[in-house]
Design a protein around this ligand. Structure first.
Ligand SMILES: Nc1nc2c(ncn2[C@@H]2O[C@H](COP(=O)(O)OP(=O)(O)OP(=O)(O)O)[C@@H](O)[C@H]2O)c(=O)[nH]1
Ligand SMILES: [Mg+2]
Length: 332
């Protein structure tokens, strides 16, 4: 009897999920919102949805926009999105907020900044916080992109602040990565974290209405001349005044050129590299979930205390902890 009920429940669940998937594929905004929340929280439903949506994804052109706080990424993304809309493209925007006490404000800020897009049904905007992701932010962000992609967004723009490893990782997973700089950052160009600077396929010097544009451009050119490139692509430098929409056409042109270059050259390799990274990240994330899912929070605190007081070392504790966990047990 119990078994029958269980089966009926399961069938009902599958039926509901089937409906959800259909709705998402049709671009239903409420279904998309629900799916993205589940995916972002890494719930079993979220994982299941990604499984079902993944075969329908892979069509979107994914553009990563990164750079220091306040350089004008959101303004640029808004203008780019509006431009893609003119071509009838449906656009998804994922804004990843850094962990900070201001996150709430930043999300609100993006909403206000991107206001012109909020009334547009063809644009889907989602902010993601970096908090509470156990380092799995890259996984969730990519799963969110999968939902948007499957839901028919031909273009997905990802905005991340290029400060932490996670954020850089996200930008790196896009088909093309745009790094935004501004005048007055001349000296920063040299001190910019190695690795952040080099991931870019296109450099934008925004706020070109401010003094110091030549200087930052020179610094950038000098840096690019000596940094090793992964391919024959020489990254263009585009000047923009995002608030005025200046330079957006040039940026669009550069994006198209890069796409054409990538398609002829290393796109397959890049996709493979990205897919490998995504897979490893997902495995890491799922393992961590399993371990933490089987470990009471108090146990973790106790271990942490052992480490903090140097009673025990992290390797022995990690080994003990892994022995306790049944890795075959599925959480979802
Ligand atoms: N003068 C000038 N101001 C700009 C330009 N682009 C953006 N701004 C302004 O710069 C400020 C920050 O812009 P945002 O688009 O929010 O920058 P952001 O990089 O998204 O900021 P965070 O998401 O907080 O890191 C806003 O007040 C914009 O109006 C520009 O080209 N010229
Ligand atoms: Mg922003």
């Amino acid at each position: 009897m119990e078994r029958l009920v269980f089966q009926a429940d399961r069938r009902k669940e599958q039926f509901i999920r089937g409906l959800e998937v259909e709705k998402i594929l049709a671009g239903d905004r409420r279904a998309m919102a629900r799916a993205i929340s589940a995916v972002e929280d890494g719930t079993p439903e979220g994982h299941q949805l990604v499984k079902e949506l993944f075969p329908h994804s892979g069509k979107a052109s994914v553009i990563g926009v990164t750079g220091s706080p306040g350089v004008g990424k959101s303004t640029l993304v808004e203008k780019l999105a509006a431009d893609f809309r003119l071509n009838g493209e449906r656009v998804g925007i994922v804004a990843v907020d850094p962990t900070s006490p201001f996150s709430g404000g930043a999300i609100l800020g993006d909403r206000i900044r991107m206001q012109s897009l909020f009334a547009d049904d063809g644009v889907y905007i989602r902010s993601m916080a970096t908090r509470g992701h156990l380092g799995g932010l890259a996984v969730s962000a990519q799963d969110v992109v999968t939902v948007l992609d499957a839901a028919g967004c031909g273009v997905v723009l990802i905005e991340t602040v290029g400060v932490g490893q996670d954020e850089v990782e996200i930008a790196r997973h896009a088909d093309v990565t745009v790094l935004v700089l501004i005048p007055g950052m001349g000296d920063d160009v040299q001190t910019f974290k190695a690795g952040v600077m080099e991931i870019a396929d296109i450099y934008v010097i925004n706020k070109a209405d401010r003094p110091g544009v030549e200087r930052v451009e020179q610094e950038l050119r000098a840096m690019l001349a000596i940094s090793p490139r992964r391919s024959d692509w020489s990254p263009p430098l585009i000047r923009t005044v995002a608030t005025q929409g200046e330079g957006i056409q040039e940026l669009r042109a550069a994006l198209s050129q890069f796409r054409a270059f990538a398609e002829k050259n290393a796109l397959r390799l890049r996709r493979r590299e990205q897919s490998r990274a995504r897979l490893l990240e997902t495995v890491r994330q799922r393992l961590l979930e399993k371990v933490l899912g089987q470990l009471p929070a108090e146990a973790l605190d106790a271990y942490a205390d052992d480490l903090a007081s140097h009673r025990r070392d992290p390797h022995s504790v990690a080994e003990e902890l892994l022995k306790k966990v049944d890795l075959r047990k599925t959480i979802s």
